[in-house]
Write a protein that binds this ligand. Structure first.
Ligand code: 4NP
Length: 152
């Protein structure tokens, strides 16, 4: 899961997907990163931690890191929150195979009629909750698609 700062949207998406993966005992490794280096080593934003906690998801243990080329080698799918993240991640890709791994998170579901998860950093509590709703829908779709592929 990738956003700009790795303190709001992507740690939430990381935590919510991890929570679902653990509950279902699935063999999926989940992680997150930011395209920027501003917040390396920082905990998620307090408002995002609180919003996740209200929904029963702990993200307080996560620490921000910057997206790096190695992530293309380590992960099968790279979900970005918005078009800027997409551009920044694609710039680091070396092969077509790398590029194919990168998708806008909300592309995974037809239930959401938006393309981007909006940056809540300068927003209100409602904006943080909206991020949660979008991430919740998208991570459900990721799990459904994984389970469908498993069944073959
Ligand atoms: P995120 O939100 O990309 O969802 O983690 C942001 C966090 C910090 C900043 C921008 C977006 N910032 O400019 O510091």
């Amino acid at each position: 899961m990738v956003c700009l700062g790795n303190i709001c949207r992507s740690p939430l998406a990381d935590g919510v997907l991890r929570h679902k993966v653990n509950k279902l005992n699935l063999n999926i490794i989940v992680d997150s990163a930011g395209t920027a280096n501003y917040h390396i080593g920082a905990s998620p934003d307090k408002r995002m931690i609180a919003t996740a906690k209200m929904k029963g998801v702990d993200i307080g243990f996560l620490k921000a890191r910057q997206f790096e080329y190695k992530d293309f080698e380590e992960f099968d799918s790279i979900f970005v929150m918005d078009q800027n993240n997409y551009k920044n991640v694609i710039q680091l890709a070396k092969t077509d195979q790398d590029k194919c791994k990168v998708k806008l998170l909300l592309e995974v579901t037809s239930k959401v009629h938006r393309k981007e998860v909006p940056d809540p950093y300068y927003g209100t509590q409602t904006d943080f909750e909206e991020v949660y709703e979008l991430v919740d829908q998208a991570t459900d779709a990721i799990i459904e698609s994984y389970l469908a592929d498993e069944k073959g």
